[in-house]
Design a binder for this molecule. Structure first.
Ligand SMILES: Cc1ncc(C[n+]2csc(CCOP(=O)(O)OP(=O)(O)O)c2C)c(N)n1
Ligand SMILES: [Mg+2]
Length: 892
C-alpha cells in the first residue's frame, strides 16, 4: 500500500515504474536478453521520434556488469588460492618493510599490490599463459608499483631467492638485488615491459596488440588467441597517453587486448575523483570509444542483498555516492556504513536489518572477490570483436587496517609498527608467532606443501612462469655488402638529400631476400614529406581489413594502397603511437622470436623532444631498430620556423645510453652506419638502437674517399685534406650533416682569399666521440700504472696543425663537449636559439653557421694565436658581408 502512494519526481507513481520493470522482467524470462535489448532500442527510437529528449549517457548503473546468475563456476580451489595469495601479500609487505629497516627511505610500495593482489592472482592461477616453443604466450604489462607482489610470487615459485628479495631496491649488493620497478635493462631474464612511468604502458599495450595482428596478417607468425593484458592504476588514466589511443583499439577490433584498471579510487595524494566517480567516467570514455566494459564493483556478499532488493533501490543508492564518500566508508565502522549508506532510505535499512555491523563492514568489493574477477576475465578472453576493459573496484592498502587501508597517506606507507604487523599477520593467517612476526621474515612453505604444489601445478598447466623474458630469435646471417655498395659510389653530380638516399636504401632493403620481409617502415603521416610515397604502392600500407574503397588516386602510379598484408605502418599523426609500434617491432626478437627491423621516420623536432619518455622506455626494453629524424637541422629545414626547426635532438639523444646517434652528411656515411647497425643489432644481438638525422637539402653526394668506414662509425674522419699542406696558415674544420658543405665552402674561401690551408673533417657523431673520450679517461684514471690510452679525437688530431673550428646545425655544446681532447682551443659554431621562418641562406647567416662565419671564426683563431694581422680579420668581416652588430641569435 505504502509503495503505491509514493511518488517519484515529475509525479510518477512507483507502481507505474514497477509495472514497466515487471513487464521487462517477463520479456527477459520468456524471450531472453537479446529480445529485451531490441525492445528497449525500439522504445528509445520511438521516444526520440516523439520528441522526447533522452539525455545521452554511455553509463550503465553502478553495478556489476555480470550479474550473479550469469557467473561461471570458479574452477580453482578458492581456499588454497586465498592462502597462497596471503603468503604473497605477506612477502610483498615484508620486502618493503625490511628494505626500509635496513636503509631508511629506500622506498617501495605496499598499498598498490595490496589492492591488486586478487586481480593478479586470478590471472596467474587461471589466465596468463607463458611463452613456449609451441605458443607465443600472453603478454602482461604489470602496474609498476605492484612489483613487490610480482617478486613475492616469483619467490614462492622458487624463481627468486630470499637473498634477492632481501636486496629489493639494493641492486648493487653482492649477489645482486631486485629493481624497484619493471626494468628489462636491469633484469633482462625477468621483466619484459617498463611500466612505471605512468601512461606509457596502456599506449604500448594497444600498439603491441595491434602489432601482433600485423605479424599475423603478414603471415609472419601463426594466428593465435594470445592476449595482451595491461594492468593500470585508476589515477594513471589521467595521463593523456593512457586513453589517447583507445579508439585505435576498438577500430582495429583488438579482441586480443584486455585492460584491467585497478580502481581503488585513490592515487598518490588522495582520491582520484573525490567529487565524482572515476569508474563511471572511465566507463563512458571506454564505451564511447567502442570497448567492451566490464565493471567488477561488488563482491559476492552483496548478491543476496541485491536479490532482496526487488525495487532497484540499492543499485540506485550505489550510484549516488561520490568517490570521496566511498573512501570514507572504507575506513569506517559497520555502524557508520549502516547509518550513512543504507540509512538514506528506510527500505534500504530494512534490507540489511538482519546483518550485524561487523558483517556490513566486511562486505567485500568486486576486485577482492576471486569469483567476480574470474567471471570478468573469462568474459574478457571470450569477447569477440572488441577490446575489453575491466574496471575493478578495490581498496588501496587492502588488509593494512590502521596502518593505511583506504587512507590518503597509504601510497607511501612503508613502515608498520609491531601491532600493525601482528594484525596483518593474523588477518591473513601467516603461520608466524607474535615474536617472530615483528621481524617480518620472508615466509615460504616447504616445497612439498600443498600451497607450493598447487601454485606450481597451476603454472605448469599454463605453460610456465610469467613474467619471463628471453631472446628467441635467430641472428641474421648475410653481411649485405652488395646492398649497400651502390651508395659508396656517390650520386655522380645528381643532387639528392640524405632523406632521398635513405628512402632509396629502404627500397633496396625491402627487396632483400633475407631482411626484406623483416623491415617495418613506420611513419606518422609524413611519408610524402620524406618522398616515401612510392612505397605505398610497392609494399602497401597495412590495414587489417584491406581496402574497402577505390582510392581517389587509383589511376596514378603511386596510388594510396592499403592492404591486409601491407608492410608500412602508416600511423597517422601520432608520434607516441608510432614510437609504441617501433617498440613492439623492435622487441619482437624477444616477445615473438622474430627479428623485425623497424625504421621509424618522423619530423625530427617531434621525437626526442616530444616523446622522450617513450624513447627512454624503448632503451630500457632493449629495443632494436632505426629512428630517423627527418627534416632535421635548425637551418636546413627552411621556412618552417620555431616549432619545427630542430637543433636539439642530437643533444637530447645524449642521455639515452644505448642510442647510437649520428648526423651523417653523405649517402655513403648513412649506408655505412645502417649496414653496421644491422650487423650489430641483428647479427651480434647488441641491445642498442640508432638515431639518425636526415635532411631535405639536396646536394651532390660524393663517393666515399677511401676506406673511412671505421672513422664514420667512430664519429669522425678527414673528408678532404687541404690542397697545400705546407702553407704557414693552417686550420682544421669540423662539420656535420648538411653543415659539412658549409665547412667545405669555407675551406675554399680560406684557401683562395686568405691563404689558409684547412683540412675538413666530417663529424658523424659527437656522441660517439664524447663516449669514447670519457671511457678512455676513465680507464686511464683507474689504471695509472699502465700505458695511457688516447681518445679517438686526440688520435685523429695528433698531428693536425692550426686553428680548430667546428660548425653544426645543433647546439654548440656538441663540439664543446669533445674539445678537451683536442690539441688546442676550439671555436664552436651552432644553432642555439629559437628558429625562424626563413630560407636556408638567411637562417645560416642568422645562426652564424655558414661558410662565411666559419671563415671568420678560423681567421679569428689564427689572429688570437698571433699568426694573423687584425686588419686581415677586420677586412674579412667586411668582405664577407657580415653584420657585426646583428642580434645574438641565442636570445633574440
Ligand atoms: C608519469 C609519472 N608521473 C608520476 C609518477 C609518480 N607516481 C607513482 S605512483 C603514483 C600514484 C598512482 O596512482 P594510481 O595510478 O591510482 O595507482 P594505485 O597505486 O592507486 O594503484 C604517482 C603519482 C609516475 N610514476 N609516473
Ligand atoms: Mg589508484
Amino acid at each position: 500500500m505504502d509503495n503505491e502512494l509514493k511518488t517519484q519526481p515529475h509525479g510518477i507513481h512507483d507502481v507505474e515504474i514497477q509495472e514497466w520493470l515487471e513487464s521487462l522482467d517477463s520479456v527477459l524470462e520468456s524471450s531472453g536478453p537479446e529480445v529485451a535489448a531490441e525492445i528497449l532500442e525500439r522504445l528509445r527510437a520511438h521516444a526520440t521520434v516523439n520528441g522526447i529528449d533522452l539525455p545521452f549517457s554511455a553509463n550503465t548503473p553502478y553495478a556489476n556488469t555480470i550479474p550473479a546468475r550469469l557467473e561461471p563456476l570458479f574452477p580453482g580451489d578458492q581456499e588454497l588460492e586465498r592462502r597462497i595469495k596471503s603468503l604473497i601479500r605477506w612477502n610483498a609487505l615484508a620486502m618493503v618493510v625490511r628494505a626500509n629497516r635496513v636503509e631508511h627511505n629506500i622506498g617501495g610500495h605496499i598499498s598498490t599490490y595490496a589492492s591488486a593482489a586478487t586481480l593478479y592472482e586470478v590471472g596467474f592461477n587461471h589466465f596468463f599463459r607463458a611463452r613456449s616453443e609451441e605458443f607465443e604466450g600472453d603478454t602482461v604489462y604489470f602496474q609498476g608499483h605492484a612489483s613487490p607482489g610480482i617478486y613475492a610470487r616469483a619467490y614462492l615459485e622458487g624463481r627468486i631467492s630470499a637473498q634477492k628479495l632481501e636486496n629489493f631496491r639494493r641492486e648493487l649488493k653482492p649477489g645482486g638485488g631486485l629493481s624497484s620497478y619493471p626494468h628489462p635493462w636491469l633484469m633482462p631474464d625477468f621483466w619484459e615491459f617498463p611500466t612505471v612511468s605512468m601512461g606509457l604502458s596502456p599506449l604500448m599495450a594497444i600498439y603491441q596488440a595491434r602489432f601482433n595482428r600485423y605479424l599475423e596478417d603478414r603471415g609472419m607468425k601463426p594466428v593465435t588467441d594470445a592476449k595482451v593484458w595491461a594492468f593500470l592504476g585508476d589515477g594513471e588514466t589521467d595521463e593523456p597517453e593512457s586513453l589517447g589511443a583507445i579508439t585505435l583499439a576498438s577500430r582495429e577490433k583488438l579482441d586480443n587486448l584486455i585492460f584491467v584498471v585497478n580502481c581503488n579510487l585513490q592515487r598518490l595524494d588522495g582520491p582520484v575523483r573525490g567529487n565524482g566517480q572515476i569508474i563511471q567516467e572511465l566507463e563512458s570514455a571506454f564505451r564511447g570509444a567502442g570497448w567492451n566494459v566490464i565493471k567488477v564493483l561488488w563482491g559476492s556478499e552483496w548478491d543476496p542483498i541485491l536479490e532482496r532488493d526487488t525495487e532497484g533501490l540499492l543499485v540506485k543508492r550505489m550510484g549516488e555516492l561520490v568517490d570521496g564518500e566511498y573512501q570514507k566508508l572504507v575506513v569506517s565502522s559497520g555502524a557508520y556504513v549502516r547509518e550513512h549508506f543504507f540509512g538514506s532510505d528506510p527500505r534500504l535499512l530494512q534490507l540489511v536489518e538482519p546483518m550485524s555491523d561487523e558483517s556490513l563492514r566486511r562486505l567485500r568489493l568486486g576486485g577482492h572477490d576471486p569469483r567476480k574477477v574470474y567471471a570478468a576475465y573469462k568474459a574478457a578472453v571470450e569477447q569477440k570483436g572488441k577490446p575489453t576493459v575491466i574496471l575493478a573496484r578495490t581498496i588501496k592498502g587492502y588488509g593494512l587496517g590502521e596502518a593505511g587501508e583506504g587512507k590518503n597517506v597509504t601510497h607511501q606507507q612503508k613502515k608498520l609498527n609491531e601491532d600493525e604487523l601482528r594484525e596483518f599477520r593474523s588477518r591473513f593467517g601467516i603461520p608466524l608467532n607474535d615474536e617472530d612476526c615483528i621481524e617480518v621474515p620472508f615466509y615460504r612453505p616447504a616445497e612439498d606443501s600443498v600451497e607450493i604444489q598447487y601454485l606450481r601445478a597451476r603454472r605448469e598447466a599454463l605453460g610456465g612462469y610469467v613474467p619471463t623474458r628471453s631472446i628467441r630469435s635467430k641472428p641474421i646471417v648475410a653481411d649485405h655488402d652488395e646492398l649497400f655498395k651502390e651508395f659508396h659510389e656517390g650520386s655522380e653530380g645528381r643532387e639528392v638529400s640524405t632523406t632521398m638516399a635513405f628512402v632509396q636504401m629502404l627500397r633496396k632493403m625491402l627487396k632483400d631476400p633475407e631482411i626484406g620481409k623483416l623491415i617495418v617502415p613506420i611513419v606518422p603521416d609524413e611519408a610524402r614529406t620524406f618522398g616515401m610515397e612510392s612505397l605505398f604502392r610497392t609494399v602497401g600500407i597495412y590495414s587489417s581489413i584491406g581496402q574497402k574503397y577505390e582510392p581517389v588516386d587509383v589511376n596514378t602510379l603511386l596510388y594510396y594502397k592499403e592492404a591486409k598484408d601491407g608492410q608500412i605502418l602508416e600511423e597517422g599523426i601520432t608520434e607516441a603511437g608510432s614510437m609504441a609500434s617501433f617498440i613492439a617491432a623492435g622487441t619482437a626478437y624477444a616477445t615473438h622470436g622474430i627479428d623485425t627491423i623497424p625504421f621509424f621516420i618522423y619530423y625530427s623536432m617531434f621525437g626526442f623532444q616530444r616523446i622522450g619518455d617513450f624513447i627512454w622506455a624503448a632503451a630500457d626494453m632493449r629495443t632494436r631498430g632505426f629512428m630517423l629524424g627527418g627534416t632535421a637541422g635548425r637551418t636546413t629545414l627552411s621556412g618552417e620556423g620555431l616549432q619545427h626547426q630542430d637543433g636539439n635532438s642530437q643533444v637530447l639523444a645524449l642521455p639515452v645510453p644505448n642510442v647510437k646517434a649520428y648526423d651523417p652528411a653523405f649517402a655513403f656515411e648513412l649506408a655505412v652506419i645502417i649496414q653496421d647497425g644491422i650487423r650489430r643489432m641483428y647479427k651480434d644481438g647488441e641491445s642498442i638502437f640508432y638515431y639518425l638525422t636526415v635532411m631535405n637539402e639536396p646536394y651532390a653526394m660524393p663517393a666515399m674517399p677511401g676506406d673511412v668506414k671505421e672513422g664514420i662509425l667512430k664519429g669522425m674522419y678527414c673528408f678532404r685534406r687541404a690542397a697545400n699542406g705546407k702553407s704557414k696558415l693552417r686550420a682544421q674544420l669540423f662539420g656535420s650533416g648538411a653543415i659539412l658543405n658549409e665547412a667545405l665552402r669555407a675551406q675554399e674561401i680560406l684557401e683562395t682569399k686568405y691563404g689558409v690551408a684547412a683540412d675538413v673533417w666530417s663529424v658523424t657523431s659527437y656522441k660517439e666521440l664524447y663516449n669514447d673520450g670519457n671511457e678512455t679517461e676513465r680507464w686511464n684514471r683507474l689504471h695509472p700504472s699502465e700505458k695511457p690510452r688516447v681518445p679517438y679525437v686526440s688520435q685523429c688530431l695528433a698531428d693536425a696543425p692550426g686553428a680548430l673550428v667546428a660548425a653544426s646545425d645543433y647546439l654548440k655544446t656538441l663540439p664543446n663537449m669533445i674539445s678537451k681532447w683536442m690539441p688546442r682551443r676550439l671555436a664552436s659554431l651552432g644553432t642555439d636559439g629559437f628558429g625562424r621562418s626563413e630560407g636556408r641562406t638567411s637562417l645560416r647567416d642568422f645562426f652564424e653557421v655558414d661558410a662565411r662565419f666559419i671563415t671568420v671564426a678560423t681567421l679569428h683563431e689564427l689572429f688570437a694565436d698571433g699568426k694573423l694581422e687584425r686588419s686581415v680579420l677586420d677586412k674579412a668581416i667586411k668582405e664577407l658581408g657580415i653584420n657585426a652588430d646583428k642580434p645574438n641569435p641565442v636570445i633574440s
